[in-house]
Design a protein around this ligand. Structure first.
Ligand code: SDX
Length: 470
């Protein structure tokens, strides 16, 4: 078994060598320079190029294909670390000591038990629900398990808000803009309003983050079991986060290879700059809503097929292709019809996504020696990658992204397709919570503008006089 774990480490180190070789000529980024707000930047549709916040948590370099968590290269973290260490790193800014790690693991073990929340989730029609919908609702329910946010005392009062007038932020278009449309709560409210228990308002509170990191994995596992007519399984206190996730889903304690692969997949998905779901969770947090709602918003955003939902779509596409002989024509047809090939392309990466560099070879490692459908799906995926790169040409810079090979890895671990996106959430909850806590330390409500392209001064027509046919 030790030999196999070493082989897995080698797969990652080899992927790292390849990445360095291919992008070594591209200049490395400069050290960050001090800056002050406001910042000038060019913004494209979808807020492309917009700078939404400052952060020390994670860094993505699209030209070099770098992914860095708190200064550490993703290849090193995958080769040598665990999801627990990485979550701690994202939240606290440093890798844990043995004592810190043991304490953190102890808290995760405690918070994996979600009896109250699961009782509520079991009253949902889970068997008819999209697992991400059930997960989002379950996550919102977790606030009942732990927090007192629903009590009146937890709500900031409107009188304690300051209006945007005081900041002279330009609002919408003139002359129709509403000058009082946004509010910001005074910063002292973020600290510890009226002696309430530690909750989201205390920006140094990481306890809710621990609860969410632990709880989203319990919920995900419970949801798949309920969907298939089984009762949820209690976590085992001695198991790692990755092993517990697999155990709570399947009822079998995974072997060390399965555990390690799951662990690496969780590390890889934990954080990724200002992606759509992270931004969604920050937007919710910036209103001083609560962190359970923030993570719920992240889950909702992650679900879409342009984002985390792509990992499920990839496997459906690979099956739909119907065999290796059809790949060339399938890719050609997609490109000619200007259809997006799911699992390819990225807003930031114009080099190969480092996560796909790891997941692709890991998928290959796992299907080795298998002759089942996972082997066929992997071979189809490889051929699709070759065809996309050949037909687009490398200069188009459309490479596989994190979602292209992850499903094959999960499939080899026996995880059903409908759980691929929830598993993304099990990991990304570390990034969401770390970034929410960081953002709240200098909170400012998000409030971009829209360019109004409608009309003004229209004459109001009573309903009985409205006739669309005229
Ligand atoms: C994730 O942001 C993150 O960090 C996200 C993520 C994370 O960890 O949080 O990395 C996770 O969401 C991965 C992405 C998963 N989504 C998919 O795999 C869906 C397929 N990919 C895309 O639709 C697309 O690439 C996006 C949504 C990921 C990015 O879209 P952009 O930045 O808006 O790019 P675009 O759609 O404007 O495309 C730019 C060009 C276009 O060509 P031209 O019109 O300029 O000739 O690239 C082409 C596009 O047609 N293109 C693709 C393509 N993706 C981009 N062409 C074919 N297939 C694709 N997948």
């Amino acid at each position: 078994m030790k030999e196999k774990l070493n082989e897995i480490k080698e797969v990652i180190l080899e992927a790292a060598r390849k990445a360095r070789q291919e992008t070594g000529d591209i200049p490395a980024p400069q050290d960050p320079e001090p800056f002050t707000w406001p910042i000038n930047c060019t913004v494209g549709p979808g807020l492309e190029g917009a700078i939404a916040s400052e952060s020390k948590i994670g860094y993505v370099n699209g030209s070099k294909g770098w992914l860095v968590y708190r200064g550490y290269d993703i290849f090193d973290l995958c080769a040598y670390s665990t999801f627990e260490e990485v979550s701690y790193l994202l939240l606290h800014g440093h890798l844990p000591t043995t004592n810190e790690l043991n304490e953190f693991k102890g808290k995760l073990a405690k918070y994996r038990i979600l009896n109250k929340t699961l009782r509520i989730v079991m009253s949902f029609p889970v068997e008819e629900m999209n697992p991400m919908a059930a997960l989002r609702l379950g996550t919102n329910m977790m606030r009942q398990e732990y927090s007192y946010m629903d009590k009146e005392v937890g709500r900031p009062k409107l009188d304690d808000a300051i209006s945007s007038d005081e900041d002279s932020i330009p609002m919408e278009t003139t002359p129709m803009g509403y000058a009082n449309a946004i509010y910001e709560f005074k910063t002292n409210l973020c600290k510890n309003p009226i002696g309430m228990r530690k909750t989201l308002w205390d920006a140094s509170n990481t306890e809710a983050c621990y609860q969410l990191i632990a709880g989203v994995s319990t919920l995900t596992s419970a949801i798949v079991r309920l969907k298939n007519g089984h009762m949820p399984i209690e976590p085992l206190p001695g198991l790692s986060h990755a092993a517990n996730l697999l155990y709570m889903m399947t009822g079998h304690v995974p072997d060390p290879v399965e555990e390690r692969i799951m662990d690496i997949a969780l590390i890889l998905h934990a954080d990724h700059g200002m992606n759509a779901s992270t931004f969604a969770s920050l937007v919710v947090a910036s209103t001083l809503s609560d962190i359970y709602f923030s993570v719920g918003a992240g889950i909702a955003a992650l679900n879409g097929p342009l984002h985390g939902g792509a990992n499920e779509q990839v496997v459906h596409s690979l099956l739909d292709i119907g065999g290796l002989d059809n790949v060339k024509a399938w890719v050609k047809n997609k490109i000619e019809n200007k259809q997006k090939i799911v699992g390819f392309g990225h807003r930031v990466y114009k080099a190969y996504d480092p996560r796909a560099r790891i997941l692709g070879p890991l998928a290959e490692y796992l299907v080795g020696g298998r002759s089942d459908c996972m082997q066929v799906i992997y071979q189809t995926a490889k051929r699709v990658e070759e065809e996309v790169l050949e037909q687009f040409g490398r200069e188009k810079k459309i490479f596989p992204n994190v979602d292209f090979y992850s499903g094959i890895v999960y499939g080899c671990l026996g995880i059903p397709v409908e759980l691929y996106t929830p598993i993304f959430a099990v990991s990304r909850v570390s990034g969401w919570t770390a970034r929410v806590i960081e953002y709240l330390q200098k909170n400012r409500i998000f409030r971009p503008r829209a360019i109004y392209t409608g009309e003004f001064n229209k004459e109001y027509v009573p309903i009985e006089q409205r006739n669309r046919d005229v």
